[in-house]
Design a protein around this ligand. Sequence first.
Ligand code: SAH
Length: 358
Amino acid sequence: MDPRPDLLGLAPESLREVLGEVVDRPFRADQIFQALHVRGVREFAAMTELHKDLRGRLAERFRIGWPEIASRALSADGTCKYLFRLHDGASIEAVDIPDRERRTLCISSQAGCALACTFCVTGFWGAGRNLTAGEIVAQVLAIRADRELGPAGLRLVFMGMGEPLLNLEALRPALDILGRSISLRRITVSTAGVVPGIEAMAAWERRPNLAVSLHAPDDARRSQVMPINRSYPLAELLSALRGYPLERGRKITFEYILIRGFNDAVADADRLVKLLAGLRAKVNLIPINPDPVLGETMVPPADRQIEAFQQRLIQRGMTVTVRRRRGDDVSAACGQLRAFDRAARSKTAKAKSASQGR
Ligand code: SAH
């Protein structure tokens, strides 16, 4: 493993500090930041605005932590899933989702996830490790370079692998860096409801958009599919959200996976409205993406039922969107990121199901 520290996770102030004596003049740090994050330079040798011996000294001491693209899977709908190999061999996935003039990159905050939500394939494979700020930022750099994308029209969602609010230490500097080329208004952090993390973010001076994975309108059902609800039940979660400062015109997004026969009754739509009363909220309905490891009961409702659920929310004055399924032919859809190739996965999944009796 490369022992040199990675420069990609350092915002300009930290970069100035870390580079300290290595550079001849303080403004070099800003030049280097520009080269790394605006030009997307991958090697010190390409920083031709610096003297040759400075480039040499930098390369001796530091690295530029771009991940290796281990594979790329392009969906028929234009969605592209990336499997990245990190420098210690860990792998993560990120997804590029073009949608007319918009473009959303869905990125990971952890390699794996400890929360074990029953509907999510990442959780099925268990905990991994926190990503560093550099590893978070590098996903965006690598996809932008691969697809030749500028920052214009780009949106970022932290809806890949992992729970971003369990990795605030890296999330914060990563947002500081990413927020310099993409407005924080176009960046959304999605949480399973880590209350201390929400409270910490509430105190930040600059915040991205917040999305909360709700998925059930009461504690009994939420705890059944999201074990984290036992630590932070709905009353606590909603009270933290009521205290969360929102800029003008902003709303908290509530993600609600629709699972047939579990949480898709029109009466559940009514409960949801009641639960969110008084919050500046919008609801994003996500028909569940099934997966072989999830079991037969985890299937989406019929279109008719999805429509009825949505209509009820609209009738009751809620802002609602239904998330279209993207990239499911390459397992790039929500909850399908596991950072395994398919063949290896089906073998291991069988072994794992057998040993767990699932
Ligand atoms: N840990 C964070 C972010 C990662 S998950 C969170 O929980 O919000 C991003 C979104 O995908 C969450 O709303 C999650 O609940 C949803 N998701 C997970 N598995 C899914 C599945 N099988 N089908 C549809 N959405 C899923």
